[in-house]
Design a protein around this ligand. Structure first.
Ligand code: AVJ
Length: 330
């Protein structure tokens, strides 16, 4: 088993995870308007539903990004230095990782960073035999918080990998500070490969989050199912409706769960009351233009080196570089 940079969760940190979930759930459901953090979509059931989303005909981001990565794998590899470490933020689909690992044979280490130690070990096990010369250094950490890269990559050039437009879940000001923080973690002279969904036709956007098979609705409602499972609540999933729409003014898809009736649900001993039609805001998925993303990256201290897109300009993959720090004054 690979050594984890942080200790794998014991029974006590599993309950610490549940405690954090409970605290965030109570805070979100007692806020006005009600909200829940999208990071909690991804328990085992939610991750499976998300996998199904990525295969839906309406959901263009995953297959479009994979297409861009495949088409430009050589260009991406050319920007990766010899002996570099690839640090992936939120190790998701290994399909995308494999494209980069296959093209950039000069990589020395792969450092997936994920909140779930269990998921990391699975991911690493799948890759280890295919890339025997690559040092695998999983880091169990919440990448939205600052973390220390493993000592083993201290002397290596670093390349960050953040696909999937996960950055779109953040408010633009948060996305900017996240990019700045990634710069601090990776250090001067590093690069960052980041996938960003693009502003496009409203119908295409709305359809991608309102699929005909209802998988996105099930994914959204799984948040309530998870609260039932882990926190012992009794949400009636049939009494909530999936709402997803493009907010043009803010360039984001919003997902909500709307209460079909007046109702009260007890969550961790708290009474949570819903008006008819009241919603829980569960996700924002911000869309950028090539320019607006580059401007934000510059604002966070990065220099945009390249950006690729598909024929329809639905999705983009940016490569950013972080200048070396100027030598400290004597
Ligand atoms: C993984 C955050 C990029 O916003 O498109 C898919 C999540 N939500 N369908 C997205 C998601 C509903 C997805 N991200």
């Amino acid at each position: 088993m690979p050594a984890l940079a942080r200790r794998a969760p014991a029974a006590e940190s599993i309950s610490a995870e549940t405690a954090a979930f409970a605290a965030d759930t109570i805070a979100g459901l007692t806020a006005l308007p009600k909200r829940l953090p999208p990071k909690y979509f991804y328990d085992a059931a939610g991750s499976e539903l998300f996998e199904r989303i990525t295969a839906l005909p309406e959901y263009y981001p995953t297959r479009t990004e994979i297409g861009i990565l495949n088409e430009h794998a050589k260009d991406i590899a050319a920007l990766i230095p010899d002996g570099a470490a690839l640090i992936e933020f939120g190790s998701g689909s290994s399909t995308k990782t494999r494209i980069v690992l296959d093209a950039a044979r000069q990589l020395a280490a792969y450092v997936p960073v994920d909140i779930s130690a269990e998921f990391l070990l699975q991911q690493i096990d799948g890759l280890r035999s295919e890339y025997p010369r690559l040092t695998m250094l999983p880091v169990a950490a919440d990448f939205s918080q600052p973390f220390e890269p493993p000592d083993a990559i201290a002397a290596m050039p670093r390349v960050g990998f953040f696909p999937g437009s996960t950055i779109g879940n953040l408010e633009p000001h948060e996305a900017c500070s996240f990019l700045r923080q990634v710069g601090r973690i990776l250090g001067g002279g590093s690069a960052l490969i980041v996938g960003v969904d693009l502003i496009k036709d409203v119908q295409v956007l709305n359809d991608a989050y309102n699929d005909g098979a209802g998988v996105t609705a099930a994914f959204n409602k799984n948040l309530l199912a998870r609260i039932n499972r882990e926190l012992g609540a009794r949400f009636d999933l049939a009494a909530f409706e999936h709402h997803a729409f493009y907010n043009r003014e803010r360039a984001r898809i919003e997902m909500h769960l709307a209460s079909c009736r007046r109702q009260r649900v007890i969550v961790c001993g708290r009474r949570i009351d819903f008006r008819i039609g009241e919603t829980i805001h569960t996700e924002n998925s911000y869309k950028y233009s090539l320019e607006s993303f580059a401007v934000m990256a510059r604002g966070a201290g990065w220099t945009p080196l390249a950006a690729w897109t598909d024929r329809k300009q639905y999705f983009s993959v940016h490569v950013l570089a972080l200048p070396h720090e100027p030598p400290a004054a004597a």
